[in-house]
Design a binder for this molecule. Structure first.
Ligand SMILES: [Zn+2]
Length: 951
């Protein structure tokens, strides 16, 4: 059937149907805005965008597939375009970068990229050569749209922009392409856009809808902003966890564009925002770029003024967190943000009674894009000169970063440090290692302490910061991002006035704390005797003559190894203490497959081998189960049998889509084993017996009494219930399934909580006086911890303090986690684990529960021989407590959360409850705490519940 017949048939059918079933609307949104977006002289051999749509260009939201159709046609119709598929989304949609320029420039892409690369590394060329390159280089712009899938107008503008650039015969456009490479990244998040486009389809009625509260505007859970796993791709630019970002950033690393436009949408009742960020701005950012930002904003503003369009610059747009698209500013690229008020589809009615149409919002994005391209064209050479000066500074002795070296200490967690290396390398960061120890002075530790002399052990990862990407390196590796006093003043003022904040994202983000890897900053340029970092080799030794095969428990992949074998019905044990067997030393938490446990499995050796090979994780064969002296032997209680986890995640309305998404992603990405997402509304009648491990991501939905009692019965029968942040808060306040309390409900019993805490402290610091202990006479001189503490604080005062302190809770900062290294939940973690902490429930663990991680690192302090009281808890004599590690943690908040629990575990019937105060998988990047979460899921059922013997 040809297209014409198809269309007319459709019209007839529509007319027939509407007469029968639906009435036509009284007005159409297409009548709202009569301006023509694409009004140049165009080459008729290139198809107008409307040809690929079932509506007129700009009037509605084009689906990713429609935009892809246009791209596929344009690459055949024009010699001014080269299409690169830089990634594939989780749902299988391609991500395109369209390189648009004159055919002459397109033919020279390789040469241009080579020159851009030379210009970026001032160690390779001199001023004269740089000048020659700058004279010859076209300007390079990266134009990127709709990273948030439900902020749609950007991608529609991009579709028009591509057509305009390749089809226009106007000399202005032709000249632009002669002098410029324009890389259009039209649909940055195709899965999110597809989800939102589908919801538009589903909620569309006959009459246009201008009510921004209606479903057609909002969409529904999990909304269209995020990608397939509900990740915010505009927080992923340095952590690089998602394929969309990984592909994009490696292409940006190749091209080093001069500007990167990132077109968004914001609240429907807003106007349009662009321009440079306001404070706080990350100190590693090149201030020259901010100057250029104003030049672009001014030209763009004039275009808006000319058309009577309202806009503003800066206001709420801050720039401390380095994982936005603005991260390119650390690399010498000017990031330009557009925020268009969100029209969803038809348009939005505003308080003054006017309606702004969707088409107008597309037009704003289109005009902004052309304006920025023209400004770049006029200023490209001057910007290249500034860029060259900045790149020279980055590798010189004079820069702020020149005497700064980041060191990550050696770890047996091979897979985690390799992940870090890969992330850094994708940003062109050069990393090294040392074969011999290096002695350095005045080293800064993650805790903030300075060590006068430090011996960097051989095999460390070393990143001296006199290299081309110095500002970026500092932004993502420095332990603390500097925040001005003035900014702190404004933040405190906002907090005190009305509980608001001027911080738009987390105030702490450095990679090594995120990853739970021990690191140092050395205040000098460490050089000499360094070699390029290579991932350590993997040794897969699976001998069929061995009696067991084991993977070291420090490596995160050990959890994956255990999980994947259990899924294939292999019996796996875990060694819960450090061991030495067959001459090999292995860490506690090492999973081991023993031949005798699997007598009927004829493919056992093959399975162990192929699993290790698939994961690329080292595995050793062991020939004896005898551990020398006190070390565990294989028949003893330290070789504990695991239980195959059968996992469900509670999901949907009422849960944070981010925390659901990252939990789901973590299971698929780190483990790749089967699990189910359950719609929580089913919990009252679902058959929960199919699962032994239930995950409650952070949420704000309270369970009703029936649902609670189903859940309780399930746990009592042996289930492992794991909850994060908001869901933890809900379970704690429900009060019937856990003994853990929120601090605000604990003051009546603060003495008991303190005594439990003192037991933990004292148990770690035992000294025995034999004469005293073995004395047969009764002693009258026993010391009790509470008798020695001074100023105990009464519960009224504690209550008052708490409500005041709760005003100052952090919004994403690192605090020290004091880890119980004897507990199975902490397998694979370091002693002081950085915890990304926000306004989480402050957990109090009393008798009957275990605080596996508490907040605050105990440090030695001289000349202090009395207890120090912090709210309900006492710090033993001779000690201090470090709480803040990085980011903004007001002293009031430090006091409030000191010694509270971050991770708790308690028995309930034959099952157990595991509570995280926070969100351990944050952004897929918090690998340090993610490990605790993986331990809880894969080892929880075996190690924390009563063993089920199947008859
Ligand atoms: Zn956005």
């Amino acid at each position: 059937m040809n297209k014409f017949i198809q269309t007319s048939l459709l019209l007839t059918l529509t007319a027939y149907c509407s007469a029968e079933v639906l009435k036509n609307p009284t007005t159409y949104s297409s009548d709202l805005y009569k301006e023509v977006i694409l009004n140049g002289n165009y080459d008729s051999s290139i198809d107008h965008p409307s040809k690929f749509l079932d509506f007129n260009y700009g009037e509605r939201v084009a689906s990713p597939e429609q935009i892809e159709d246009a791209i596929n046609a344009y690459k055949k119709q024009s010699n001014k375009i080269k299409v690169i598929n830089y990634a594939k989304s989780h749902e299988g949609r391609p991500l395109h970068a369209l390189i648009i320029s004159s055919p002459k420039n397109i033919a020279q892409i390789d040469l241009i990229k080579q020159n851009l690369s030379l210009l970026s590394d001032a160690r390779k060329i001199n001023d004269k050569e740089a000048k020659k390159i700058i004279d010859s280089l076209p300007a390079v712009a990266w134009m990127a749209y709709s990273i948030h899938g439900n902020e749609t107008s950007g991608s529609d503008a991009a579709l028009g922009l591509i057509y305009h650039l390749i089809a226009s015969n106007d000399s202005e456009v032709v000249n632009l392409l002669d002098n410029m490479i324009i890389i259009v990244d039209p649909v940055m998040n195709p899965d999110g856009r597809a989800r939102f486009a589908k919801s538009l389809e589903q909620y569309r009625g006959t009459a246009p809808n201008y009510d921004d509260q209606s479903l057609i505007h909002s969409g529904d859970w999990p909304y269209g902003r995020t990608n397939h796993y509900y990740f915010d791709l505009n927080r992923d630019w340095v952590y690089l966890t998602q394929p969309e970002t990984q592909g994009r950033v490696s292409l940006i690393s190749e091209w080093k564009p001069q500007i990167l436009v990132d077109a968004h949408e914001m609240g429907a009742q807003d106007t349009f925002m662009t321009g440079p960020a306001r404070e706080p701005i990350n100190k590693n950012m090149d201030r020259d770029l901010i100057k250029w930002g104003n030049v672009f904003a001014q030209d763009q503003g004039s275009e808006f003024d000319r058309r009577n369009w309202r806009f503003y610059t800066g206001e709420w747009h801050e720039d401390l967190y380095p994982g936005y698209s603005f991260y390119v500013n650390f690399r010498g690229t000017l990031g330009i943000l557009y925020e268009q008020s969100r029209m969803a589809e038809d348009g939005v009615r505003r308080p003054e009674g006017t309606i702004q149409s969707y088409k107008e919002s597309v037009h704003h994005q289109f005009v902004s894009s052309l304006s920025n391209l023209n400004t770049l064209s006029a200023n490209s050479k001057a910007m290249y000169n500034d860029y060259w000066e900045a790149r020279k500074l980055n590798v010189s002795k004079e820069s702020d970063w020149a005497n700064q070296t980041f060191v990550i200490l050696p770890t047996k967690n091979t897979s985690r440090i390799n992940t870090l290396a890969n992330k850094l390398k994708s940003q062109n960061i050069e990393i090294y290692t040392n074969k011999q120890n290096i002695i350095v002075k005045n080293v800064l530790k993650q805790t903030g302490d300075i060590v006068e002399e430090f011996n960097i052990p051989a095999g460390s990862m070393i990143i001296p910061n006199r290299q081309p990407e110095a500002p970026l390196i500092s932004a993502i590796l420095e332990f603390d991002a500097e925040i001005d006093e003035d900014v702190l003043k404004k933040e405190r003022e906002a907090t005190l006035r009305d509980g608001s904040s001027i911080m738009y994202d987390t105030t702490a983000f450095n990679f090594t704390m995120m990853y739970g890897l021990e690191a140092l900053t050395v205040p000098e340029y460490v050089k000499g005797n360094l070699s390029l970092w290579e991932p350590s080799s993997v040794e897969i030794d699976v001998d069929e003559k061995a009696i067991m095969w084991i993977v070291d428990g420090t490596d995160d992949l050990s959890v994956t190894f255990a999980a994947r074998l259990m899924e294939q019905d292999v019996q796996v044990r875990i060694v819960d203490k450090d061991i030495s067997l067959s001459g090999k030393s292995l860490s506690r938490g090492s999973p081991v497959v023993i031949a005798m446990d699997n007598p009927k499995n004829s493919k056992l050796v093959q399975l162990v081998k192929s699993t290790a090979e698939g994961l690329n994780v080292s595995v050793s064969s062991l020939y004896t189960g005898f551990g020398p002296e006190e070390l565990p032997d294989w028949g003893g209680r330290h070789f504990r049998l695991l239980n195959k986890p059968q996992i469900a995640i509670l999901s949907h309305e009422g849960f944070s889509s981010y925390d659901v998404g990252v939990s789901w992603w973590s299971l698929d990405h780190h483990l790749g084993i089967r699990h189910s997402q359950l719609n929580t509304s089913m919990i009252g009648y679902a058959d929960l017996r199919r699962y032994n491990t239930l995950i409650m991501p952070s949420g704000y939905r309270s369970l009703n009494q029936d649902e609670m009692s189903v859940l309780k019965d399930w746990v009592k029968q042996g289930g492992t219930l794991i909850a994060n942040n908001g869901s933890t808060r809900m379970l704690v306040s429900d009060n019937s399934i856990t003994s853990i309390k929120d601090v605000s409900d604990s003051f009546e019993n603060s003495h008991d909580y303190n005594i439990k805490l003192q037991r933990e402290f004292l148990s770690k610091n035992i000294s025995i006086d034999l004469d005293y202990v073995n004395n047969n006479k009764i002693s009258s001189g026993i010391s009790y911890p509470w008798e020695e503490t001074e100023n105990r604080i009464d519960s009224d005062t504690l209550k008052k303090r708490d409500s005041w302190q709760s005003l100052f809770m952090p919004s994403g900062a690192f605090v020290s986690g004091r880890v119980d290294k004897k507990h199975w939940l902490s397998f694979g973690t370091i002693d002081t684990l950085p915890l990304l902490y926000s306004d989480f429930p402050v957990l109090m663990a009393g008798s009957g529960s275990k605080a596996v991680i508490r907040i605050g690192e105990l440090t030695k302090k001289n000349n202090q021989d009395v207890y120090k009281t912090i709210n309900w808890s006492d710090i033993p004599p001779g000690n201090d407590l470090n709480v803040r590690m990085s980011g903004l943690v007001w002293p009031e908040a430090s006091q409030r959360i000191a010694n509270s629990a971050y991770l708790t575990r308690e028995r309930f019937g034959k099952g157990q409850i595991i509570l995280f105060s926070g969100e351990p998988n944050f952004r897929g990047a918090a690998l340090g705490t993610n490990r605790l979460w993986l331990n809880s899921i894969i080892y929880g059922s075996g190690l924390g519940t009563s063993v089920l013997i199947k008859q």
